[in-house]
Design a protein around this ligand. Structure first.
Ligand code: BG6
Length: 511
């Protein structure tokens, strides 16, 4: 049992400090998949390395392929070596790996769950995991129903006296409002809302969590955080990557479902919400839901005025030729799936009346970067007018990733005898200011689920409201496809998206 190696840190820090999570067993459904290898195991290893895991923990991988514990651990080690944020320490890995075991079963075979229940009892007795169970649905979403049903039938969904049972549901959480409602109902046949943790990994990013601190722990920003001072907001998520072997999923999804419905609307909510009554999960989620309910619906012809969809054609990324989306493996050669979307969104409430939020997200763009840029209104064009100097507006940029930080653009006088006004930047970088590496989103989220803190997970109503907004856009798109604009890989997206923001007398920020 690796408890001593793992137990060094009695407290951890988050939005609130709390004691270390309870001992527990994490059962990962879909344990041989990409998510487990790339994200979950590296996250668990890093938590172990930071001494943040509970004093007793077991990890059980549940999947269909036949393999021994040893083979499973060896595969996970290779993945952890490749994807872990911190390089692997052999001793610590050995200690961590001794908590990990493999459980082979079909997802639809009830006996597999009965065996699992027996195994979990044995683990509780051997490792002191106290009957606390965290089930992680990392399998393909078409397996969720049978997994949830079998967890219910086998009684694994019910916590025993003095212990807990929770479920983490990976995205995509449905493909539209009816399917999301259906999935919510399925989950809730087996687990209460209080046991349910819907992952949106953007909420686990350190910089996303900092939005609330920036806004509500600094008096200078919140006073100006409204339509009186803010001209517009730009939210960008840009990726040079293409569809990367995920065409089976992506070609049915597209950028709007894949990124906007969840991650980008969550960033918008954190930027636009009112101060919550407290830091508890429901106070924060209540405020985010109010923002989603205030989104001006985009329907019918308005969709074609305010939403631009694009798809990448062939081009070059970092000097390397890359294929068009339609030529990617497993993509329908006539696909009209959008790999880029730009939207002008309005939050129809008192604070944001008349302030557009421009959102853009795309694959095969020149640079990787996610940021929120708050563009303040111009100063009155009086005092410096006669000098002929143009004055750039103030822009506050929250860099979600990479190079996490915050910068503020201001105007300053250039040294010299004449009056020259130039933009300058005040810049805060997490790395240099705090001198420690930013944890991965999955580290934070796994720890929160083990601690029973749902703040950084989406609540049922949030997910459903976001789908309502996105479904209306899809309904309009379903009526025609001649608006799909093509952009070369390695460019900043279709020219139509530039026109969208030029109408507001602005331009997209260059990352
Ligand atoms: C996922 C999307 O949710 O987020 C991917 O399915 C996308 O298409 C990814 O690439 C981006 O996440 P991150 O953390 O790399 O910005």
């Amino acid at each position: 049992m690796p408890t001593e190696a793992l137990r060094t840190n009695p407290l951890r820090e988050g939005l609130t400090s709390r004691t270390m999570p309870d001992p527990c067993t994490l059962v990962i459904f879909g344990a041989t998949g990409d998510l487990t290898h790339r994200k979950l195991i590296p996250a668990l290893y890093n938590l172990a390395a930071d001494g943040a895991l509970p004093p007793a923990i077991s990890v059980v991988g549940f999947a269909r392929r036949d393999k021994t514990d040893e083979v499973f651990r060896t595969e996970l080690e290779a993945a952890a070596r490749k994807f872990s944020r911190q390089s692997l320490n052999d001793e610590l890995w050995k200690s961590f790996a001794s908590c990990v075991s493999y459980h082979r079963s079909e997802f639809d075979k009830f006996e597999g769950y009965q065996d699992l229940a027996r195994k979990l009892d044995e683990l509780d007795a051997a490792r002191g995991t106290c009957g606390n169970r965290l089930f992680y649905l990392a399998a393909s979403p078409d397996q969720f129903e049978v997994i949830l049903e079998n967890l219910r039938k086998s009684g694994l969904n019910k916590a025993r006296e003095g212990s807990w049972a929770r479920v983490i549901v990976e995205k995509p959480f449905g493909t539209d409002l009816p399917s999301a409602r259906g999935l919510n109902d399925l989950v809730q046949n087996a687990f209460d809302e209080s046991q349910t943790y819907r992952i949106d990994h953007y909420l686990g990013k350190e910089t996303a969590q900092n939005i609330m601190v920036l806004r509500f722990a600094n008096s200078i920003f919140e006073a100006m955080w409204n339509s009186r001072y803010i001209d517009h907001v730009q939210i960008t998520a840009s990726e040079p990557l293409g569809v990367e072997g995920r065409a089976g999923y992506y070609d049915k999804s597209g950028a709007l479902r894949d990124m906007v419905q969840n991650h980008l609307l969550q960033l918008l909510c954190l930027t636009a919400m009112e101060p919550p009554a407290g830091l508890d999960a429901d106070s924060i989620r209540d405020e985010k839901v109010k923002v989603l309910r205030s989104l001006r619906p985009l329907t019918g012809d308005d969709v074609f005025k305010h939403v631009i969809r694009g798809q990448y054609s062939a081009g070059a990324i970092n000097g390397k030729r890359v294929a068009a989306y339609r030529d990617e493996l497993n993509v329908d050669p006539g696909s009209t799936t959008e790999t880029y979307v730009a939207l002008e969104v309005n939050v129809d409430n008192w604070r944001w009346a008349g302030v557009p939020f421009f959102i853009r997200v795309g694959k095969r763009l020149p640079k990787s970067g996610t940021e929120i840029a708050i563009h303040f209104k111009s100063v009155p064009p009086v005092l410096f007018k006669a000098t002929g100097e143009s004055i750039d507006d103030n822009v506050l940029v929250i860099r979600i990733q990479p190079d996490e930080g915050i910068s503020l653009r201001m105007s300053a006088k250039m040294p010299g005898s004449s009056l020259r006004i130039e933009p300058v930047k005040m810049d805060f970088h997490y790395g240099t200011s705090f001198g420690k590496a930013t944890p991965e989103a999955y580290e934070r989220l796994l720890l929160d689920a083990m601690s029973g803190d749902p703040t950084l997970f989406a609540r049922r109503d949030e997910v459903e409201e976001a789908w309502k907004f996105v479904d209306a856009i899809h309904a309009a798109w379903a009526t025609r496809s001649d608006d799909l604009a093509f952009y070369s890989s390695g460019s900043w997206g279709p020219g139509e998206a530039d026109e969208l923001i030029t109408r507001h007398a602005s331009t997209w920020r260059r990352l």
